[in-house]
Design a protein. Structure first.
Length: 291
């Protein structure tokens, strides 16, 4: 009996040690940031952009590291919410005052993903990258006919005539449609202004292509939306050169990757559950329409 209890105790300690080992991944990052010498930071912006917090935190860390001489902004995103995309773009512009920034476009860097890239000194792309999509989208679900069929009455109390604009319980009025369209147009103009000012294009040139269409990387180069064709490694080399780094640079990755068990489970959940909540009544997105 004592032997069984002893073996159980040993097994318990090993299990605890294993779980703590998984948790330790939160403390120790899995990149090569401990190498000495001048570094190029590689900031990866991935998936639908609904929040800017993790990227802004990474940019703050990058600013404080005196060994980092340049940044590569690796973008693999179809875009996302307007506000977070603009926040990241603005912080990249500020970072350019301290170090050169090169954007590297992955499989998709469209709409909000392209907006962010415009903050860089140079944009590099693969020839087959999906980019562009300079536009704004807002979508509504309308359950009115379903509610009518089910004979469900809905009562709404509100403080102003526009307070429930976009409600799924009824059709938009013509006045609401005009009001919401003006909001979308204003945000669209903000996007076009950012492209025009950072890419050196006149407003008429941007207007002619800012209708939401996507472009291949090669087409984007021809349209001057992107500077040149190049891989991520090419972008790292270009950033190192702009940052005055001689020889092969040390590359440090952001955001920091974590390997706790809870993060693994959370990542699985995020890949199963849609990233844009369907119960959001209204939102403006710099996003490629995939629905």
């Amino acid at each position: 009996m004592k032997k069984i209890l002893y073996l159980f105790f040993i097994f318990f300690l090993l299990a605890v040690a294993f779980m703590m080992g998984l948790g330790a991944g939160f403390i120790f990052d899995n990149d090569d940031g401990f190498k000495a010498g001048d570094k190029v930071a590689l900031l990866s912006v991935e998936d639908v952009i609904l929040d800017s917090k993790v990227y802004l935190e990474s940019i703050t860390i990058i600013k404080k590291d005196k060994d980092i001489k340049a940044l590569v902004l690796r973008i693999n995103s179809p875009g996302g919410a307007v506000g977070p995309s603009q926040e990241i773009y603005s912080e990249i512009l500020k970072l350019r005052e301290q170090m050169p920034v090169v954007a590297s476009l992955g499989a998709v860097a469209a709409s909000g993903g392209y907006y962010i890239a415009c903050g860089a000194d140079k944009i590099m792309t693969n020839p087959g990258t999906v980019t562009g999509s300079i536009g704004v989208i807002a979508q509504f679900v309308n359950y009115k006919e379903l509610l009518d069929w089910a004979k469900v009455d809905v009562e709404v109390l509100k403080s102003g005539k526009f307070k429930d604009s976009g409600s799924p319980l009824r059709d938009l009025t013509s006045e609401e449609r005009a009001y919401l369209q003006s909001t979308i147009d204003d945000v669209h103009n903000q996007f076009k202004t950012a492209v025009s000012s950072t890419r050196g294009l006149n407003p008429a040139e941007v207007d002619s292509i800012a209708d939401g269409r996507i472009f291949t990387g090669q087409q984007a180069v021809d349209l001057k939306l992107v500077d040149e064709i190049g891989t991520m490694n090419d972008a790292i080399d270009a950033a190192a050169k702009l940052g005055g780094i001689e020889g092969e640079p040390n590359v440090t990755h952001y955001p920091k990757k974590k390997t706790r068990l809870i993060d693994v489970l959370s990542n699985i959940e995020s890949n199963v559950i849609p990233k844009i909540p369907f119960n959001s009544r209204f939102g403006l997105f710099y996003l490629v329409n995939t629905i």
